[in-house]
Design a protein around this ligand. Sequence first.
Ligand code: HEM
Length: 481
Amino acid sequence: MSEQKCPFHTTTAGAPIADNQNSKTAGPRGPVLLEDWQLLEKLAHQNRERIPERVVHAKGWGAFGTLTITKDISRYSKAKVFSGIGKKTPMLARFSTVAGEMGAADAERDVRGFALKFYTEEGNWDMVGNNTPVFFIRDPLKFPDFIHTQKRHPKTNLRSNTAAWDFWSLSPESLHQITILMSDRGIPVSPRFMNGYGSHTYSFWNEKGERYWVKFHFKTQQGHKTLTNAEAEAVVAKSRETYQEDLFYSIEKGEFPKWTMYVQVMPEADAEKTSYNPFDLTKVWPHKDYPLIEVGVMELNRNPDNYFAEIEQAAFSPSNVVPGIGFSPDKMLQARIFSYADAHRYRLGTHYEALPVNAPKCPVHHYHKDGSMNFIGQKTGNVDAYYEPNSFGGAVATGDTSEPALRISGDGDRYDHREGNDDYSQARVLFEMFDAGQKERLFSNIAASMKGVPDFIVKRQLVHFEKVHPDYAAGVKKALA
Ligand code: HEM
């Protein structure tokens, strides 16, 4: 074997390093000299290796791949990512748990994040979803409080079952999501074996300017594989990194995981007619009313070369949409449109969208100027055009990509989100779909997670289970006993 020729080692300023093993000292035993710049630079860099972890979804696993369109949905959306059967768009996926910190074990019971970035020719489209079609709350004002219950107690610095069940029992809109979380689906074997959902209602609009409401679904082609609590404990006892191992090595071996992409589409006017609020994130749209329409196949086929640069620094945001895809009146979605880019500016810095993993693969022109660590200069298209409007050939707005007007009305007020919303029926439909074994595991998973929770909170929660189904409350009661 020929000897590998290595590049020579330099300082960050490019000067050759003669010795990377011995500090510069006054004599062989002597103190270090302040002029040992190599040492100073090395220590200073180490001190800056950590950046803030994501405030939620801190532990994650990701890979690159492709979305290939298999069916024509251009009558619903003009987005070029859907234009033509066989169309391929490069993409990035990051999966995550919600509550655990960066070092948390992978096989923990939790909702999983399912974040996708499609590098389309019209800009990046991010679908920042979960492995569940619904969520715990429907009003964003409750999100920071909800997350506080999932994170550590300020005094004990431990996770608190009491906080979780206190909040849930006071927020019955969480029942549908709790029932999924505590079911078999609550601990997938790895991200390869779970579905992804956009969860919110988004909108599509077509060339004619017609709007449709839409929900996104990504169904695993690997099938569902889940762990029971006991299996997960055994897995975690051996390895805390089972998702990273499974995803990374299956891609290294050429076993590329795939998901079929579907949409549910609702004509704009139907939103006035459904018995449920179609913009309520705690609800699904029944498939019999709004069947799944196939769109394409997503395949993950390339591991990142550098986890930090390409996965930790990845910035997904529901605000990243492209012409043909839009938002909806879902309050939760609107809060997320603000929250993510704000988090990215804090976590990664002003120019996070210019980092290679986040940079669109199409031309980018804007009038934002300067800022910390600006390595991109001006992006206006002409050096003399650094304001708008200008006479020097700077980028101008397209005009033709505006979205059709969104019909909204109503008096500005704080409306009780409980009023007119049924928190029990859809949880009941799900509960009734479980077979006897699934129900038993649901009851015992809930009982296990109620360990140490004061009686009055348990009782308050049992009232909600009773309203879903008497068997639900009875089963949990028995499991608790
Ligand atoms: C991550 C806020 C609801 C899915 C995050 C982050 C924030 C956040 C600040 C960290 C972002 C970063 O540092 O990169 C919120 C707020 C919500 C909300 C304010 C409600 C009002 C949801 C919902 C879903 C979701 C409903 C799924 C349907 C995710 C995912 C990530 C994430 C998948 C991780 C993205 C990644 O892999 O980088 N969220 N979130 N979140 N959130 Fe949310």
